[in-house]
Design a binder for this molecule. Structure first.
Ligand SMILES: NC(=O)C1=CN([C@@H]2O[C@H](COP(=O)(O)OP(=O)(O)OC[C@H]3O[C@@H](n4cnc5c(N)ncnc54)[C@H](O)[C@@H]3O)[C@@H](O)[C@H]2O)[C@@H](O)CC1
Ligand SMILES: [K+]
Length: 503
């Protein structure tokens, strides 16, 4: 699903009104009716006090439509107009009149702190104060109202966006914004719903298809693409019945040091479980028996050194080399890595200590084969590209970095971002249970396993990240977040592939 900017959404809005020959009031009616239907589906006529806070723009207009529909269905609704301006939008005014025809319990106006209503913890609050139209921080009594709503501890449903959240920038620490439990947004999600600095305000997220202009949605280039099952499925390449292991490539996993052989084991196993035809490992001698015993399907070559990598002389022609997990940063290992880079021309996957070596020896960057995949977590990214001001600045810097070196970059996080070919993809699978030792090693193995099967590096990164999260979700469902360990993600790759096509 594409992610658009506020300006693009406004354009989609206008085109829809023109091409479908409807009024903006009708579009609002369509969008907000869908929201009230969702609320009704969940509340099932329960006798709960619903308090709807409506701004005086179109987000407020949505709130008024929702109020009317819920009142018609018999809910106990109280509407508050947050009168931040005397300029009311046309659709606000139309729906204000329609609401007054529906109920005798007319909206109450909030014009200062004195008008703040009491909000009980058991109330159901709907935030329809500001949507994508917010263009400056909230001030004065409006900011205080937001804090008042948050402090009530009531359940908060935000319409389109939590009020106070901008669509295109990060709010300052001192800014007031709604901390929603649930957000229902229209047509496409907004980028800020997925950024580490702003995602917590959104709560659970639901996107409603309000039928905006199809032609625009499919032809317009998005700011980013959200990767869910549908998008992942399109990347999947089925296996041919007339094939042999040679068709699925050979992944070479290079890494490990004394006490860290497990990382290579996890990556190698993940590559095999993802479908690589052959997997070899290149490790220090101390790992030989460990790997041969724990993973008889893999071939093992050892360095002449017992505890670290000193000379990566593999004499093979692998389809992909995955480097870095557990490798440490010994000067001899760095030298060996440099030689490996100089002698490799196919895209590589670089993780963990491999990334740290590049961060500390930037001259290595020029030896990286084009389209290599780097898989940093935020701290590793910072070592690679330096500090950033905020999440928007970070995105810009990563785009510059990946484009100038022609790389694919997987920025790991609760929503992992994938950058490549000038585009940005945001993963939508996975869960907090996956923040556990070795999870990154498994991801590297999955992506390497896909590259070895001739997926383009960018496609391998996108699909790999999605499958990794999907497998983690399957584990969490059966085992809880806390009990999930990385080996479980590998073991459930089969279930993840099956689930890709389950519905
Ligand atoms: N784009 C779409 O596809 C649709 C949009 N609809 C709704 O329309 C909303 C956007 O409506 P609007 O453009 O009227 O914008 P909002 O309702 O978000 O904001 C209204 C106005 O408030 C003013 N404002 C901005 N920041 C302020 C501040 N800090 N203090 C005081 N005033 C401030 C601005 O002049 C802004 O236009 C969406 O979020 C959505 O809820 C829906 O009705 C249906 C379809
Ligand atoms: K809102």
């Amino acid at each position: 699903m594409k992610i658009f900017s506020a300006a693009q959404l406004k354009k989609a809005d206008e085109l829809t009104i023109k091409n479908q020959n409807i009024s903006s009031t009708e579009l609002m009616e369509r969008a907000a009716s869908l929201v009230s239907a969702e609320i009704h589906k969940r509340l099932q006529n329960s006798d709960i006090a619903i308090k709807i806070f409506c701004g005086v723009g179109n987000n407020g207009g949505d709130g008024l439509v929702i109020a009317r529909h819920l009142i018609e269905k018999g809910y106990r609704v109280k509407v508050f107009v947050v009168n931040y301006s005397d300029n009311r939008s046309n659709d606000f005014l139309i729906n204000y009149d329609r609401l007054k025809e529906t109920t005798n319990d007319w909206p109450e106006y909030i014009k200062s702190e004195h008008d703040f209503p009491e909000i009980d913890q058991n109330d159901f609050v709907i935030d329809a104060i500001f949507g994508i139209g917010l263009n400056r921080p909230l001030e004065g009594w409006i900011a205080k109202l937001i804090d008042h709503i948050n402090n009530s501890k009531a359940f908060i449903l935000a319409i389109d966006m939590p009020s106070g959240l901008f669509s295109d920038r990060i709010p300052k620490k001192e800014d007031s914004l709604i901390l929603a439990n649930f957000t229902i947004s229209f047509q496409t999600p907004k980028l800020v719903f997925f950024l580490p600095q702003t995602m917590d305000y959104v709560g659970d997220l639901q996107i409603l298809d309000i039928g905006l202009d199809r032609e625009f949605l499919s032809s317009e280039k998005g700011k980013a693409e959200l990767i869910s099952k549908h998008e992942a499925r399109l990347l999947y390449k089925p296996r041919k019945s007339n094939s042999h292991k040679g068709n699925y490539g050979h992944a070479l996993v290079v890494g490990g040091s004394y006490g860290k052989i497990g990382s290579v084991l996890l990556s190698s196993k993940a590559a095999l479980r993802t479908g690589a035809g052959l997997v070899s490992t290149y490790i220090p001698k101390c790992g030989y028996s460990i790997l041969q015993t724990a993973l008889p399907e893999a071939m093992v070559i050892t360095d002449k050194n017992d505890e670290k990598l000193t000379n990566i002389d593999h004499k093979m022609d692998p389809s992909v080399i995955c480097f870095g997990m557990g490798a440490g940063k010994d000067p001899e290992t760095i030298e060996a890595f440099k030689k490996l880079l100089q002698n490799t021309h196919k895209p590589m996957l670089i993780d963990a200590d491999g990334l740290n070596m590049i961060a500390e020896n930037k001259e290595l960057l020029k030896f990286l084969p084009k389209k290599s995949v780097l898989t940093p977590h935020p701290k590793e990214l910072q070592r690679l590209i330096g500090d950033w001001k905020d999440d928007f600045d970070k995105i810009e810097k990563v785009q510059d970095f990946t484009q100038s070196h022609d790389l694919v970059l997987v920025l790991k996080g609760s929503h992992t971002f994938i950058f490549g070919d000038g585009h940005m993809y945001i993963n939508n699978s996975g869960n907090p249970g996956m923040a556990t030792a070795g999870s990154g090693d498994v991801l590297s193995g999955i992506i390497a396993g896909l590259i070895s099967q001739q997926y383009e590096p960018l496609a391998a990164a996108i699909l790999g990240v999605y499958l990794h999260g999907l497998s983690g979700d399957i584990v969490a469902e059966n085992r809880s977040y806390q009990a999930l360990i990385s080996g479980d993600i590998v073991e459930n790759m089969g279930a993840a592939f099956q689930s890709l096509f389950a519905d």
